[in-house]
Design a protein around this ligand. Sequence first.
Ligand SMILES: [Zn+2]
Length: 281
Amino acid sequence: MALQASNSQQPAADWDEAQCKGALAHLEKLQEQLDELRLTIPRIIQPLRTAHTTPAAFYADFRQAAVGANKNISKFKVVWQSQETQSIFEHAKESQKTDPDLSACVRVPKYGWVDTLENEKEAAGAIEKEDQVMMLKNEELDITGIVDAFKHEHPKFKVNLEADNQLIHIVFRLPTLLMRFRVVRRKEANGNYKLDAECVGKMPLFPAITRCLASRPRPNDLKYLLDMITAYTNTRRASCVKCTKLVDSSGMTPAARRSKRVESPEGASDIVWEALHERCL
Ligand SMILES: [Zn+2]
């Protein structure tokens, strides 16, 4: 992100709307990194709670956890101390000196700026993009109906259907995390439609979730995909059903969700969603 203020280290006297949005998106990403650091202690102590076959394996596991945690803290420090972050703080300080009344900030959303910027970028290049990905209608699938039912089932989710019903944005807030998903329907050269899902964000967990979504069963089932996305509401709380741990050896919480059919004693059948680490799939 190229903020004008970051070039000079001097805060600009007046920022235009684009600069303010850019700064809010930058701070949102910084907050994501900070949220990720909350797992530092569980990651470090995880090897101490795990049985190891040899002292060497225990040492290697512990070392990896400690080094990984240290790397994450270093990365956060780099961004915190960067010219861009410091310029934003400096600008905020100057702005507060000029006008100490901060009451208007309660009307400004705290999250969603990264999405807003991405959407604006997308809208700017929408026509070109539409050509590239060949987003076309498929009359057979009632996308609006499926998405409306999904919205109704999950009133706390923010769900937007865009680009002629071929692009679905889903956002929901967890206690320490904002989850953002993007589902795109694309027509492939053979005429079939493909559903691509992405968990949007820079934190290592998010691309891992995207990879696990890509390897899901029933890849053409939109309703199934939306239910799978809903299963991420227990992100950071759900342990892996295979290894039973919260974090794996790389310090990652389960990035995959897979469905399992369970029978009740009365004979009724239901679907439950299980969490798995990417490497435990
Ligand atoms: Zn696992």
